[in-house]
Design a binder for this molecule. Structure first.
Ligand code: ADP
Length: 192
C-alpha cells in the first residue's frame, strides 16, 4: 500500500507517518528530512537549498522529484511507502503518478490532515519555544515569519492537490485537531 499524507506545516504528518512505520512495516519518505540530511552532510545540493528552506519557500520540483526517484529506485518499500511532505505541487503529483506507474505500483490513498491556521501557528511557534527552553536545536524555519511563508506556499502551491486527488477518487480527509491517538485511529479507518 502506498499513501500520501497531505496537509499544511504543523498538521502532524511526520508524527503520523512515524506511527504508520512502526505499525505497518511501511517506509516513510519525507522530502523535508531528506533535504535537512543533505544540508547536514554539506552536499552541494544541501548548500544550494539552505536559504530557500530557511525562508520557508519551496525547493525546486526538479530537486525533490530527483530525491524521491532515487529512493524509489532503491526499492526498499517493504509493505509500501508513506509520502510525507511530497508531493507539494501539481508537477510533483504528476511526477509521482508516473514514477509509481513505471514501477507497476499504485497510489492507494491520500490522507488530508485538516487543521486550522491559528492552531498551526501556535503549534509550530510553541514547538520552537519548547525546543529552545530544553536546549535542543530549533529548526531555522520554525519562526513566525518563515511560517507565514510556508503557509502561503501551502495555500498557493500545495492545496490544489486536494482537488486533484479528490477528482482522482483517492482522497480521505481526517480531523487533524483531534488527539494523536484519535488521528491515528481515523487514519487506520481511512486505510481499512
Ligand atoms: P513542514 O511540513 O513542517 O513545513 P517539511 O519538513 O516537510 O516541513 O519541509 C521543510 C522545507 O523543506 C519546506 O519548507 C521546503 O522548503 C522544503 N521541502 C520539503 N519538501 C518539499 C517538496 N516536496 N517540494 C519543495 N520543497 C520541499
Amino acid at each position: 500500500m502506498n499513501i500520501i499524507l497531505l496537509g499544511p506545516p504543523g498538521a502532524g504528518k511526520g508524527t503520523q507517518a512515524q506511527r504508520l512505520v512502526e505499525e505497518r512495516n511501511m517506509v516513510q519518505l519525507s522530502t523535508g528530512d531528506m533535504l535537512r540530511a543533505a544540508r547536514t552532510s554539506g552536499t552541494e545540493m544541501g548548500n544550494m537549498v539552505a536559504g530557500v528552506m530557511d525562508r520557508g519557500e519551496l525547493v525546486t520540483d526538479e530537486i525533490v522529484i530527483g530525491l524521491i526517484r532515487e529512493q524509489l529506485e532503491a526499492d526498499n518499500g517493504a509493505d509500501g511507502y508513506i509520502f510525507d511532505g511530497f508531493p507539494r505541487t501539481l508537477a510533483q503529483a504528476d511526477a509521482l503518478g508516473n514514477l509509481l506507474l513505471e514501477m507497476g505500483e499504485n497510489l492507494d490513498c491520500v490522507i488530508e490532515l485538516q487543521v486550522n491556521d491559528e492552531v498551526l501557528v501556535e503549534r509550530i511557534v510553541g514547538r520552537a519555544k519548547d525546543a529552545a527552553a530544553a536546549g535542543e536545536p530549533v529548526r531555522a524555519d520554525d519562526n513566525e515569519e518563515s511560517l507565514k511563508i510556508r503557509l502561503m506556499a501551502y495555500y498557493k502551491q500545495t492545496s490544489p492537490l486536494i482537488g486533484y486527488y479528490y477528482a482522482n477518487d483517492d482522497l480521505k480527509s481526517v480531523d487533524g485537531l483531534a488527539s494523536m491517538d484519535e488521528v491515528a485511529a481515523s487514519i487506520s479507518d481511512a486505510l481499512a
